[in-house]
Design a protein around this ligand. Structure first.
Ligand SMILES: [Zn+2]
Length: 424
């Protein structure tokens, strides 16, 4: 089997690739709350069973957000070759984020116009999922006697942490290195880039305390908002400049994320936000509580204990200097950074395939935010894992999201060539 025959088999599947992507977009798998997960898994199960895969539908029973109303369904399909060999696994999430405003096309219409398919999830990441299916089917047609196995999974809840998806499967051994040897996650990273991993995350809530009193006599109370103001001031004066000095050798894109970053997700103090429909004035009170949520992204060079202690040290310093300052800090969520070695087999194989198909050098990148690689790495203990897929990263989660058909074809060629290299 020559390379050009395999490539021809991909090109011949162009209409199939378009129709498959459109069908997937037309099943609105919105998360939250987690709609139509079973429908999308049933659709894929029928498709892949017809292509000779053994399919398994797995509900993440009892996982975060799983309920009878919104069950967290996952699909795992496995195709076994003629001889023993490695298993290459393509993992895509099937959930999509909310639609939001600003669309000029039907977000669940899957409209094809000028070589682009439009819709929520087109690039993130139903286009990537469809691409991996076409690549696998073309490869199997070209090499019916291949060695090893190919797996395709479509998993739930990546957009909300992946606990009802990849984490659940990893905990049950589906990503253990004796079962799976190479993992490719077709997230939209651009067709010539290999994403090696992601930065770490720490989310925390800080609450400052005060004492409620009448707003006309604030001196009788103690404002938790003013105390939080002192925290924010100290962040500007000390913490943000400190983070700006911390740079990484990770090739994070965009470049602004090649340092430690901190976002304050939300702030709230005093009387609760008014419910919709109420048009009156608020009551005058001194705020007795104020809360912020921190979203700290950290680097492979940083230790999470040090990341946390930067904040607690700062808070302790304020407490030592500021009368009546008390606070609480609560951990909400954390993920360790991860980065696959550039010499890992899946990295080198995809790199060579990109260079053959696109006649350009593959670029190595790291994602500023996390994705399901974290669970494969940490729970599955499988480190030979990358994200590689078609689609422009910046279009993800945007109105009028689209994916280019030519880009999908190119990526399908890269994936099929990767399979040929690893399994044929
Ligand atoms: Zn995604």
């Amino acid at each position: 089997m020559t390379q050009s025959t395999l490539m021809d088999l991909i090109i011949a599947r162009r209409d199939d690739l378009i129709a498959l992507t459109q069908d997937l977009i037309r099943i609105p798998t919105l998360n939250p709350p987690g709609r139509n997960y079973r429908e999308v898994c049933d659709y894929l199960a029928a498709r892949l069973a017809a292509s000779g895969f053994t399919v398994e539908l797995i509900r993440a029973q009892g996982a975060l957000a799983d309920s009878d109303r919104y069950p967290r369904w996952n699909l795992l399909a496995r195709h076994t070759g003629a001889r023993a060999g490695d298993c290459v696994h393509f993992n895509s999430h099937h959930d999509v984020v909310e639609v939001g405003h600003g669309w000029t096309v039907d977000p669940f219409g899957g409209e094809l116009r000028d070589g682009r398919i439009y819709g929520r999830g087109a690039c993130d990441m139903k286009g990537g999922l469809a691409t991996s299916i076409i690549a696998a089917e073309a490869f199997i047609a070209a090499h019916p006697d291949y060695a090893g196995a190919i797996e395709i999974s479509a998993t739930a809840d990546e957009e909300s942490g992946g606990y009802g998806g990849v984490a659940y499967l990893a905990e049950r051994g589906y990503f253990s290195p004796d079962r799976v040897q190479h993992v490719i996650i077709p997230e939209p990273l651009n067709k010539d880039r290999i994403c090696l991993g992601h930065r770490g995350v720490w989310w925390a809530e800080i609450e400052t305390h005060g004492r409620i009193a009448h707003g006309s006599m604030p001196f009788l109370g103690d404002s938790a908002i003013r105390h939080m103001g002192a925290v924010l001031e100290e962040m500007e004066r000390y913490l943000y400049p400190l983070l700006a000095t911390k740079h990484t050798t990770m090739p994070v894109v965009p470049e602004g994320a090649r340092q430690s970053t901190l976002n304050i997700n939300s702030i709230h103090g005093g009387e609760a936000e008014q419910e919709t429909g109420y048009t009156g004035l608020p009551a005058p009170c001194v705020a007795d509580r104020c809360r912020i949520i921190l979203d700290r992204r950290f680097l492979i060079e940083e230790d999470i204990a040090e990341v946390k202690s930067e904040v607690t040290t700062m808070l302790e310093r304020i407490r030592a200097e500021r009368p009546n300052f008390t606070y609480e800090i609560k951990d909400l969520f954390e993920v360790q950074p991860t980065m696959t070695d550039r010499d890992a087999p899946v990295v080198k194989t995809v790199q060579a395939a990109i260079e053959k198909v696109l006649s350009t050098q593959a670029q190595f990148v790291v994602s500023p935010g996390t994705y399901d690689q974290k669970h494969i790495d940490r729970i599955g203990k499988l480190h030979n894992c990358i994200a590689y897929g078609p689609g422009i990263l910046e279009l993800a989660h945007q109105p009028d999201e689209w994916i280019g058909v030519d880009d999908m074809i190119d990526s399908a060629k890269v994936m099929a060539l990767t399979l040929q290299e690893l399994l044929a």
